[in-house]
Write a protein that binds this ligand. Structure first.
Ligand code: 5GP
Length: 200
């Protein structure tokens, strides 16, 4: 059972890195989050996110359906518990793209099976350049994401690894190495079993 948490500003290249690394990291489940933010051009319900209303999201919170959730840029984002549990049972590496608050919550609950990476472009101005280049968001949203990135970088020390995404090739290589190591992390329960077996 292993979890890999990825955090870092929108525009850090997380999805590109995962897509490039996919053939080299074994069987994994990429957790599709639920959000109340509006879909961007080209985003589809059930692919990038499950897009729901604020009321639906709050009902899910009440029902205890989330492993973790947070408010980011004034919208709710959350990880549903059920598919994550299923994928863990199937022995898949479960990958989360969640913010630094989500990382804290996952650590509190599942620390012993969690490995985490903070991914960032080399500088704040490079982040701004990339967000403008992909032109998915209008100016005020980009400014909000940049402000949020400035805040998120303060949590960088809470992560096991930091990937500076300068070139996508190098960042992908580092991601593959960390993903394969994450799989080798033993839960406390597995270690207890190893010790029991070892003593017999
Ligand atoms: P975006 O709107 O660019 O897709 O995502 C904005 C931020 O929300 C990113 O930092 C992303 O990692 C974070 N995020 C996406 N899904 C979740 C989630 O399920 N939980 C938490 N805590 N953060 C999430």
């Amino acid at each position: 059972m292993a979890i890999l948490v990825l955090s870092g500003p929108s525009g850090a290249g997380k999805s590109t890195i995962i897509n490039n690394a996919a053939p080299y990291i074994g069987s994994y489940y990429f957790s599709i989050s639920t959000t109340t933010r509006a879909p961007r051009n080209g985003e589809m319900h059930g692919k990038e996110y499950y897009f729901v209303s604020k009321e639906e999201f709050e009902a899910d919170i009440q029902a205890g359906n989330f492993l973790e959730y947070a408010k980011v840029h004034d919208n709710y984002y959350g990880t549903s518990l059920k598919p994550v549990n299923e994928a863990l049972q199937e022995g898949k590496l479960v990958i989360f793209d969640i913010d630094v608050q989500g990382h804290k919550l996952v650590r509190e609950k599942l620390d012993d099976i969690t490995t985490s990476i903070f991914i960032t472009p080399p500088t704040l101005s490079e982040l701004e350049r990339r967000l403008n280049l992909r032109s998915l968001d209008d100016d005020s949203i980009i400014q909000r994401r940049v402000a949020n990135a400035k805040k998120e970088i303060e949590s960088i020390k809470e992560f096991d690894f930091v990937i500076i995404n300068d070139t996508i090739e190098q960042a992908t290589k580092e991601f593959i190495a960390i993903s394969n190591a994450a799989r080798l992390k033993r839960s406390h329960k597995e270690i207890d079993n190893i010790v029991k077996y070892w003593k017999n």
